[in-house]
Design a protein around this ligand. Structure first.
Ligand SMILES: Nc1ncnc2c1ncn2[C@@H]1O[C@H](COP(=O)(O)OP(=O)(O)OP(=O)(O)O)[C@@H](O)[C@H]1O
Length: 895
């Protein structure tokens, strides 16, 4: 190492920016700059291995200085001086003790900072790790580094504390640095841990650019006034009480006065170049004098006595450490737009308010404060660059689901409380607090499935999932108030020979004019919950603070009337239903003119503005679904003009769901309503046609189109070999035949049809006969809930169930005298009812509920909410369906 104090070099030395200093701080002190890089690498490797600084000659020595290490990416802890560790430790401990006595270094109402674990950079080095590998932070961190990393004993310790020229000449070095085609040298003097108290001799070293005097006993640093080129000064761990007690070296960029005895900051407007200032572990109670430091990017005032953040207005700070002070709230940071790393740990802060404007903040350390509410996160919710948040040891951690809630609120975080935020955590937080509708639907389906499975087995006669053809359901969907309910009612009334209205349950109260059991089944929250637990629902949904649900019974009721079911519901309901074994057709009614739609909602006078906003905002849900999942809806009908909607819907339903045959049949009936059909010539029932049309669209050879169970089985089971497949097919065939009644067996008892009038052999082969049989049975028994098959080619299981309960193996053919009596009575009553209903239905003013001839006749929607499309008033494209139905009803009644 070349020893020199010659000023000649000064001309070659230019005050370089801090980054240059950083670079040079790592450079070996050598006159042969060419070797610098290789040596630097070696030096780094050695340092890492030994944890000690090694000079280029291999001799263990002090590093270019603690502060230089602060400037370089190397932490101070890695750069101990080699000399007097014992003494250093003593000094350190004394200093610590005196600080603790005086209250310094304490946070949170005098609570001591936790012990530093050498293997854990959490405490002392938290700012550095959390904040960045940036110099100041590292300096702050390093001052708290474990004592084992403190400089070792300095054998050259100065006896009387007076710095001598001889020592200087040994310790001074010229640091080199490369530029592009340039080499700059600067004077660097490092005198750590020499027991120095008098450094006045340095007055004549005017060309010094980097001066490191840490771990001494210096009180007076006025010599610095004579160093106009100084740009890095490390005077940490001394006894200085005078804040910047020297004339400003105009190029001073980095200053470290941590671990001193300063209490009052003063005006630093003369230090225009100051970029990094470390004032940790002093006794400052107020931040002031920095207003003109327009280059200051790093400021650390950890472990002082500051109780209020002030004096930082408009500073270009990117790093700020106020760890271990007495702050109770976050203030005075609004204008520091460039702040990226903020350490406010070990204070008494209760709220995160005051951070809202720090839009590029990426790391925030609030460890050991008094934050107790998760909702405080809303103040930093908008900080989209925030990646690292530390809330360890705050009361908020006690809150239930703390981590998941914070992860949910701050989706951009990658670290929370020093732990990586995983993708799984992010997903589960979203699924918990704002689940996508698919998740809502899947959960809904799962719930109902499980509750259904927990119930005693129920047998349904019409909607068996194992049926070869799915039971036909038409779902009208769209945002609230788009008219789907009215349209569903109207369709069921218009095509009452095909469709019945599936009545949902709801916990909301009825609107004016709504009828229980007509518009909805209005039930209490408790009843609704009980029904869920009883496995009644196929799907449910929360909407507008109320619950809605479609029960299996609601569908079954319509199915037993021999009708397809028409329901209306929101998108979530559709998604849930899509998970079930039902295979409805979905028609979306979509408002495309938002203004018109809003106007319509307002005109109903039953919605709050917020409800209207929600309804309008949900249009996007539907449009997004159309865009992202083509084919999700079978049809989409713009529903801005209600006059146009119904004919379109009717047309679609007829074209898409009903066969031409049915249309023809309807027309014939409309044309010649008075012509009574002979039983033998009766065309297939509308529902059976509908069913066959449904199944016709399915390719039976394609497992994807087989019935629900087959599909599920195909999905769940591993690939089968041909023999297994043949065996399965054989068994399925046997079961099918048994179910169809083609072959007798145990199934014949279970599914024995109530076919008094139709022989079982015919019944199973001909759905038309089944339908006839159903109708005949309905007529003869007069029971509205007939057990005859509802055009499904599956005999009624409910009937079989009843038979079993009655202990009869012969089904309805065997009846007790009492049964006969009841049957006759009910038949009479029913006939009388039918006559009455037919009479009412034939009346032009009658307004029947759609879907069932047996329902009382009430307005489909509340009078106040009626649209111009009142079902009874609307012209039907095929003349008067009601008339046809009525006449048919009359014919039936007569028979
Ligand atoms: N079982 C269900 N599942 C999902 N959504 C449902 C269900 N039953 C009803 N809904 C839907 O919930 C929303 C609110 O129903 P509600 O009857 O309270 O509204 P409304 O103001 O009468 O509007 P609409 O005329 O569209 O029914 C409607 O969009 C309705 O279609």
């Amino acid at each position: 190492m070349k020893k020199t104090t010659k000023p000649e070099f000064s001309s070659a030395v230019s005050p370089e920016p801090l980054t240059d200093a950083a670079a040079s701080a790592q450079a070996p002190s050598t006159d042969k700059p060419e070797g610098n890089r290789a040596m630097e690498v070696k030096q780094k490797t050695l340092r890492r291995k030994s944890g000690k600084e090694v000079n280029p000659k291999g001799k263990e020595t002090t590093s270019p200085g603690e502060f230089s290490s602060a400037v370089s990416p190397e932490p101070l802890a890695d750069a101990p001086s080699s000399d007097t560790p014992e003494e250093n430790r003593d000094m350190e401990m004394k200093q610590e003790t005196s600080r603790q006595k005086s209250g310094e270094g304490e946070g949170e109402g005098g609570e001591k900072e936790e012990e530093v674990n050498p293997n854990n950079r959490e405490t002392g080095q938290e700012f550095s790790s959390a904040v960045s590998p940036e110099p100041l932070a590292d300096a702050a961190a390093s001052t708290e580094a474990p004592s084992s990393d403190k400089p070792e004993e300095n054998k050259d310790k100065v006896e009387n504390g007076v710095l001598t020229a001889e020592l200087i000449s040994r310790r001074i070095s010229q640091m080199g640095r490369f530029g592009i085609g340039l080499q700059h040298l600067y004077h660097h003097l490092a005198l750590p841990n020499y027991n120095l108290s008098d450094v006045s001799i340095l007055c004549s070293y005017v060309h010094l650019q980097k001066l490191e005097l840490p771990h001494n006993k210096i009180k007076d640093l006025s010599c610095v006034s004579h160093m106009p080129y100084l740009f890095i000064l490390d005077a940490s761990h001394n006894h200085i009480s005078d804040f910047f007690g020297f004339q400003p070296p105009k190029n001073l960029k980095v200053a470290n006065f941590s671990y001193n005895r300063m209490t009052k900051m003063k005006d630093l407007s003369a230090y225009l170049c100051l970029t990094k200032l470390d004032l940790d572990y002093n006794g400052f109670s107020e931040i002031s004098g920095l207003e003109q430091c327009t280059m200051l990017t790093h400021l650390s005032l950890a472990h002082n006595r500051i109780s209020r953040i002030s004096g930082l207005y408009n500073l270009p700070l990117s790093h700020l450490c106020l760890r271990g002070n007495q702050l109770e709230r976050i203030e005075g940071l609004e204008t520091i737009k460039s702040l990226q790393f903020l350490d406010l740990s070990l204070n008494r802060i209760r709220s995160l308010s005051g951070l809202q404007n720090l839009c590029i903040l990426s790391s925030l350390n609030l460890k050991k404060n008094l934050i107790s509410e998760i909702k405080e996160c809303k103040h930093i919710h908008e900080l989209s660059l925030l990646r690292d948040l530390n809330l360890l040891q705050n009361p908020v951690q006690e809150q239930q689901d703390y981590r998941l809630s914070v992860v949910f609120l701050l989706q951009h975080l990658t670290m929370l409380d020093q732990e990586k935020v995983t993708a799984e955590e992010k997903v589960s937080s979203v699924n918990k607090y704002d689940p996508p509708i698919e998740v809502v639907a899947a959960r809904d389906h799962m719930t109902h499935l499980v509750y259904q499975l927990m119930q005693p087995q129920m047998l349904y006669d019409s909607t068996l999932p194992s049926a070869d053809s799915p039971y036909p359901i038409l779902v009208l969907t769209g945002p609230q108030g788009c008219g789907k309910r009215e349209l569903a009612h109207r369709l069921c009334q218009d095509l009452n020979e095909c469709f019945g209205y599936g009545i949902c349950h709801t916990t909301r109260g009825p609107y004016f004019g709504e009828e229980n059991g007509i518009d909805y089944h209005f039930v209490s929250e408790e009843d609704f919950q009980n029904m869920i637990h009883m496995g009644k629902f196929i799907q449910t949904m929360h909407y507008g603070g109320h619950r809605y649900g479609l029960t299996r019974d609601a569908i079954e009721e319509v199915a037993r009337d021999g009708l397809a079911c028409c329901v209306h519901m929101e998108l979530e309901g559709v998604l849930s239903l899509k998970n079930s074994f039902f295979e409805p057709r979905y028609v979306l009614l979509l408002p495309t003119d938002v203004e018109k739609y809003t106007g319509h909602l307002k005109s109903r006078s039953i919605y709050e503005p917020a409800q209207i906003d929600v309804a309008v905002s949900r249009i996007d849900l539907y449009t997004n679904t159309i865009e992202q999942q083509p084919g999700f809806f079978d049809n989409v009908i713009p529903c801005d003009d209600w006059e146009e909607v119904y004919p379109t819907l009717r047309q679609i339903v007829k074209e898409y769901l009903l066969s031409e045959e049915l249309k023809g049949e309807n027309n014939n009936r409309a044309d010649d309503a008075s012509t009574a059909h002979e039983p033998d010539e009766k065309p297939p029932s509308p529902l059976s046609t509908l069913m066959s049309h449904f199944s016709a669209t399915l390719d039976p050879s394609d497992p994807a189109h087989a019935n629900y169970f087959t599909r599920i089985q195909a999905e769940l089971s591993p690939q089968k070999n041909p023999t297994e497949l043949a065996s399965i097919r054989r068994r399925e065939q046997l079961v099918r035949e048994a179910v169809m009644g083609k072959s007798p067996g145990v199934y014949s008892l279970l599914f024995k049809s109530s076919t008094q009038n139709a022989p079982s052999s015919q019944q199973n082969s001909d759905s038309q006969h089944l339908e006839e049989s159903r109708e005949t049975h309905t007529k003869s028994s007069g029971s509205e809930e007939s057990h005859a098959s509802t055009a499904l080619s599956v005999p009624t299981s409910a009937a079989a169930f009843e038979e079993q309960v009655n202990g009869s193996a012969l089904g309805h053919a065997v009846e007790t005298p009492k049964d006969h009596l009841e049957s006759d009575q009910s038949a009479n009553t029913s006939r009388a009812d039918s006559d009455h209903l037919a009479a009412v239905a034939s009346s032009p003013s009658s307004d029947r509920r759609p879907g069932s001839n047996m329902k009382p006749l009430l307005p489909p929607i509340p009078a106040g909410r009626k649209t111009p499309l009142v079902p009874s008033m609307s012209p039907s494209p095929r003349g008067s369906p009601n008339t046809a139905a009525t006449e048919e009803g009359q014919t039936n009644t007569e028979q």
